[in-house]
Design a binder for this molecule. Structure first.
Ligand SMILES: [Zn+2]
Length: 417
């Protein structure tokens, strides 16, 4: 499977200037490609071919020849996509804009392994740039791009997925708002990953957006103050989005790693698609809960889970999750959920609500599995507060260590969504 990894580049000011120059040079090349293609079309020649474009650009720019090729490839790809979109009746333009900076592509010949085992890129003749990103054999292409005020390396590589585990355990996953993922295996062992920080980040964003809306309403549209506020608002949104993405990666990684430890070979994922719909019309939830449910990122969680599972050699399938959190697994009666503990009013069965829902998801696919004793473990997506190793107060009595559980070593995952 091909996967893209992002890596923030640690650059000195000189390196930054160099990368900026390369980006500008590449932008010049891009503009030339667009101009050549337009001239060719205007002269009645139709679409210019890749080869012709490359011939016309040869030696004109101070870039690696394969970088120029990469830009030509990108142009041709964009041209094809635009044509397809236009055929479908969408109002899309062919590439036309004059650019000052572009993302710089690197292909096989411009990528090499340095003596210290990191990815080294040839920016132009005689100038190499060490990225500090560990080299692996399957690297296809690299790109250097400018994101949120710093240079980022995007590296696509072929990763060998693990051999599919045979005859392992089967497990179910429940996707939710309070706990983004809750897994439960057929032997009753389960893991619930907390989404506390995701909720907190989103709540802060919602509150701040409210403040922004209030302030913006007092400004004159287009004024300097208005523009300033709009920029700040966009920054806030982008930041929260990055935080949430990171936390979701951590949460799903925890779940899949747990599955691997337990020897799970098949994963049944509950598909909550549609829970966010018609909440107001059907008067299903209150105002606060409606906002939370509508901001649930179920699609993202499903995507992260399925590719991480594929990588670990675990088969996945989707089932409709209707009734899995409401129904009692023992007597089948419907219960109104209250809090995180599911208690059946009819038979007295009790279990962790989301862990139980994970198990019910498994039941949807394999109804013949007997109900085990559920043992649900609880972890945070990303421990913000770490246990104090030494007492906080030196003179006074020893401070009891916090009761917060610390999960295993953190995984520094930087994977593109
Ligand atoms: Zn019951």
């Amino acid at each position: 499977m091909i996967k893209a990894r992002h890596h923030i580049l640690q650059t000195t000011p000189e390196q930054c200037d160099l990368l900026k120059q390369v980006q500008q040079e590449a932008a010049g090349c891009w503009n030339a490609i667009v101009a050549e293609a337009k001239a060719h079309y205007d002269a009645g020649g139709g679409w210019i071919s890749k080869n012709d474009l490359q011939k016309r650009l040869k030696g004109r720019f101070d870039l690696h020849s394969q970088t120029v090729q990469g830009l030509v490839d990108r142009f041709c790809g964009n041209r094809r996509t635009a044509a397809e979109n236009r055929r479908m009746g969408l109002d899309k333009n062919y590439p036309w804009r004059e650019k000052r900076f572009v993302t710089v592509p690197f292909k096989q010949m411009a990528i090499r392994c340095s003596a210290s085992g990191t990815v080294q890129l040839t920016l132009k003749a005689g100038i190499r740039f060490d990225t500090g990103f560990p080299f692996s054999d399957g690297i296809h292409t690299c790109e250097i791009m400018w994101r949120h005020g710093r240079y980022v390396l995007s590296c696509t590589a072929e990763y060998q997925p693990a051999e599919p585990a045979e005859q392992g355990l089967r497990a179910g996953i429940d996707i939710g708002e309070i706990h983004p993922v809750a897994v439960c295996a057929e032997n009753g062992a389960g893991l619930v990953v907390s989404g506390r920080q995701i909720r907190s980040a989103k709540q802060q964003r919602n509150k701040s957006l409210g403040t922004f809306a209030k302030r913006l309403s007092r400004c004159k549209k287009g004024s300097r103050r208005w523009k300033k506020l709009r920029r700040a608002k966009a920054r806030l949104r982008a930041k929260t989005d990055r935080q949430v993405r990171d936390l979701l990666h951590h949460a799903t990684r925890k779940a899949i790693d747990w599955c691997r430890e337990q020897g799970v070979s098949e994963l049944v994922i509950g598909n909550p698609a549609g829970v966010e719909k018609n909440t107001r019309k059907a008067k299903r939830l209150n105002r606060k809960a409606r906002q939370k449910v509508s901001q649930m990122e179920t699609g993202r969680i499903k995507q992260y889970l399925s590719y991480k599972a594929e990588e670990a050699g675990i088969q996945t399938c989707l089932v409709v999750e209707r009734g899995t959190s409401r129904d009692c697994p023992v007597c089948g009666s419907q219960n109104r959920a209250r809090g995180r503990l599911f208690v059946c009013a009819a038979c007295g069965f009790s279990a962790h609500r989301d862990g139980k829902a994970g198990f019910m998801m498994l039941w949807k696919k394999h109804p013949q599995i007997p109900l085990p004793q559920l043992r649900i473990e609880h972890r945070q997506a990303y421990p913000k507060y770490r246990k104090r190793l030494s007492p906080a107060c030196v003179d006074g009595p020893d401070v009891a260590p916090s009761s917060l559980a610390i999960p295993g070593p953190l995984l520094g995952e930087h994977i593109a969504a």
